[in-house]
Design a protein around this ligand. Structure first.
Ligand SMILES: *Cc1c(COP(=O)(O)O)cnc(C)c1O
Length: 398
């Protein structure tokens, strides 16, 4: 008998992932189907990637049309799709200029290079970047060094040395780490992979003020929080601050690989010809997907609908927390970026939910993370809440 697809992947692909025993073949909106025809509700959206839902008709037709027209010409020339997305991103954000790459780690890597130039040119060679414990910024050498989690760094020492990790949300910890060598602070507005952790009130505004006072760049990693996930186009809008530099990726092209650095003119001006580059960045097919994503997210009323759906899911999770106080420690989040911290590890519970037809994520051992498509419906949320309630009823903390 020949191997299944899963067996082939287990045998032939490097073992960097702990995979679940499901082979998906098709998606539509919030629904997925596996190779046995079983239906699932997706409360993960890839990992905060397929924000408009699977097989979005507008994205599908835009990329099909573009694929038949022009797929690649490199960045030595101009293309119309790149112009449109640059215009949409700057018109709807603080940014004056964009750099186009292909992934989150790559966007952060570029932002860190920009911080180096900033320190060199504006701060007498300052080169230290302050980042947060519990953060996640990617898997390249620079971004895993920036990441404040041992499990991501294990085995890869010596790391890039010029990072200082401080406690997220703690201003004293930030002030203590600051000296004349600091050129930038890099942080997620809400820790994502770190367990859906919100900053205390006023924290981001204080970080902004410290950066201004010291001439350092404030770099926000909105790779997970951005593009509507929290009920605003960018999460920093909730906190009344704007960064100097921001990175986006995950949801930008609804599943095609894309990452961008957005910056003010004053920061962006340090990147001149030859300073940074990407072969695939801003490929026309990817840009067409991003155009549809951005046009959809900026439609009047779209963000309000995300906030409303998020409020509905959060209210349901809060109710379950009240009903199962021995199992649930806390529910938290913003918009459709929600976490339910359990009183014991949740990996098995996530597996049980998958078997019951619900895709959810377990992060930081005990946090169930919900990142559904931004179009998730009330009935779909109700179905998840019913299944989760049943699972929590059988959840026995150790
Ligand atoms: C996913 C993620 C990254 C890394 O993105 P990749 O595309 O996997 O390189 C970086 N930062 C945050 C906050 C993320 O959620």
């Amino acid at each position: 008998m020949s191997d299944t697809h899963a067996q082939k992947i287990d045998k032939l692909v490097m073992k960097t992932y702990a995979r679940n025993p499901v082979t998906f073949v098709r998606g539509q909106g919030c629904r997925l189907w596996d190779d046995a025809g079983k239906e699932y509700l997706d409360f993960l959206a890839g990992i905060a990637v397929v924000n408009l839902g699977h097989a979005h008709p507008g994205v599908a037709s835009a990329i099909c049309e573009q694929a038949g027209k022009l797929v690649h010409v490199s960045n030595l020339y101009y293309t119309e799709p790149q112009a449109r997305v640059a215009e949409l991103l700057t018109a709807n954000s603080f940014a004056d200029r964009i750099f186009f790459g292909n992934s989150g780690a790559e966007a952060n890597e570029g932002a860190l290079k920009l911080a180096r130039l900033w320190g060199k040119e504006r701060l007498n060679g300052a080169h230290v970047v302050i980042t947060m414990k519990g953060s996640f910024h990617g898997r390249t050498m620079a971004t895993l060094s920036a990441t404040g989690q041992d499990k991501v760094q294990k085995g890869y020492h010596p790391l890039l040395p010029e990072f200082r990790h401080v406690t997220f949300g703690d201003l004293d910890s930030l002030r203590e780490a600051w000296d004349e060598h600091v050129c930038a602070v890099l942080l997620e507005p809400v820790l994502g992979e770190g367990g859906v952790v919100l900053p205390p009130a006023g924290y981001l505004a204080e970080v902004r003020e410290l950066c201004d006072k010291n001439g350092a760049l404030m770099i926000l990693d909105e790779i997970q929080t951005g593009l509507g996930r929290t009920g605003r186009l960018f999460a920093h809008e909730h906190f009344g601050v704007a960064p100097d530099v921001m990175t986006l990726a995950k949801a930008l092209a609804n599943g095609l690989p894309a990452g961008v650095i957005l910056a003010t003119e004053k920061a962006a001006s340090l990147f001149g010809p030859g300073a940074h580059a990407s072969t695939f960045g801003a490929g026309p097919v990817v840009m067409e997907a991003a155009r549809v994503v951005l046009e959809t997210l900026t439609k009047p009323g779209f963000m309000e609908s995300v906030a409303q759906r998020g409020g509905y899911l959060k209210a349901g999770l809060d109710k379950l927390a009240l009903a199962h106080p021995r199992a649930v420690a806390q529910v938290r989040g913003l918009g459709l970026m929600l976490g339910m911290e359990l009183t014991a590890p949740c990996a098995q519970l996530a597996k049980d939910l998958l078997a019951a037809g619900f895709v959810v994520n377990c992060t930081q051992d005990k946090v169930l993370r919900f990142l559904p498509p931004l179009t998730v419906g009330t009935q779909e949320i109700d179905a998840l809440l019913a299944a989760l309630g049943a699972a929590l009823a059988g959840f026995v903390p150790a």
